[in-house]
Design a protein. Structure first.
Ligand code: AVI
Length: 321
């Protein structure tokens, strides 16, 4: 998930749209420039940010069961990964498959060209015989184009709770793209952060070291850098809130004073009242029954819910009916 190579026009347009909305908002996909990528790597190692460790635990402990379905077909297949990132968790699956000389082709999809280049380099070193076809694209567009489709069975990975960064309607829309972008019998493995003690969730987005705060504020730095703006980052406070009913953890940047910000590239000034906020990210948490409901909506059948030892995170395996 990365917007580094997003063209200037789209970024400027999205910022203009978001800051002219009421309440103000900015899309979280713009967190991920070079600095944001690094901050996200740090977030994944934070003691409070359990998501990555829990999903790693699932893949390490249950990869055989997760892969059993696709391997039972005893046919060469495509392993497609939406939002491949650094591939750290995927490498558990790649190791298992390559060690057994299973015939498959890996298609990592990511919006960031530099993330894909780094991934390709590390894969070439660790898995020299692996056939890799990186695709630089968005989730939705890649599912529309399906450049991997060659009649072989597909296992589509959509891990890391990335679906949680979309609101409910958008998440349904992505599931619909998955429905259209797969054929009968194709498998989908999706990572969901589960509803749990609200304090545990809130802490994951409000870490003591302040890395998530920096990650959120980097959005303002990025607008300053790329769109010639004059946000005073120190006058904005990082404010995550978790709603245990909706399962939505929402992050905001709250202006601590009345102020005006100029964005040169837009030739516009934006007025902030004291304590006015910018909504920057949603990280939705699901229950297993909500997840099954999503599967049914998309025309998928649940083959298995793979959950960590504390019941914090789930990788769910669906098959297209
Ligand atoms: C990428 N995504 C699943 C992360 C999340 O948990 O929503 C992004 C993140 N935002 C703040 N911390 C991590």
């Amino acid at each position: 998930m990365n917007a580094k190579n997003t063209d200037f026009g789209t970024f400027a347009q999205d910022v203009m749209l978001g800051l002219n909305s009421n309440p103000k908002t900015l899309p979280s996909k713009y967190f991920y420039d070079a600095k944001g990528d690094k901050l996200f790597q740090q977030i994944m190692a934070l003691p409070e940010y359990y998501l990555t460790r829990k999903e790693y635990e699932i893949l390490e402990g249950q990869h055989r069961q997760i892969l059993a379905e696709i391997l039972s077909l005893q046919k060469p297949f495509n392993l497609v990964e939406l939002g491949a990132g650094d591939g750290m968790k995927t490498k558990i699956l790649l190791r298992y498959l390559t060690d057994r000389k299973i015939e498959f082709t890996y298609y990592p999809v990511d919006f960031s060209g530099s993330v894909l280049v780094e991934l390709e380099e590390s894969l070439a070193e660790e898995f020299p015989t692996l056939e890799v076809h990186p695709i630089q694209d968005t989730y939705r567009d890649s599912l529309k184009k399906q450049v991997w489709e060659d009649g072989k069975p597909n296992l589509i990975l959509f891990m890391g709770a990335n679906l949680g960064n979309f609101g409910v309607e958008e998440a349904k829309n992505i599931i619909d793209h998955l429905r259209v972008g797969t054929k009968k019998g194709d498998l989908v493995l999706i990572g969901f952060d589960l509803k749990k003690d609200p304090q545990t969730i809130l802490n994951a987005y409000h870490d003591e070291q302040g890395v998530t705060r920096e990650f959120n504020l980097n959005l303002l730095d990025r607008i300053n850098r790329e769109l010639d703006a004059d946000f005073d980052r120190d006058s904005f406070v990082h404010w995550p809130i978790y709603n245990p009913v909706s399962g939505e953890c929402r992050s905001y940047l709250v202006s601590q004073k009345a102020q005006t910000v100029t964005i040169g590239a837009l030739n516009q000034t934006f007025y902030f009242e004291a304590f006015e906020s910018i909504f920057t990210e949603i990280s939705k948490k699901y229950s297993l029954s909500e997840i099954s409901h999503l599967a049914a909506l998309g025309g998928f059948e649940v083959m298995g819910n793979f959950v960590d030892s504390e019941g914090y995170f789930a990788d769910v395996l669906w098959v297209k009916k």
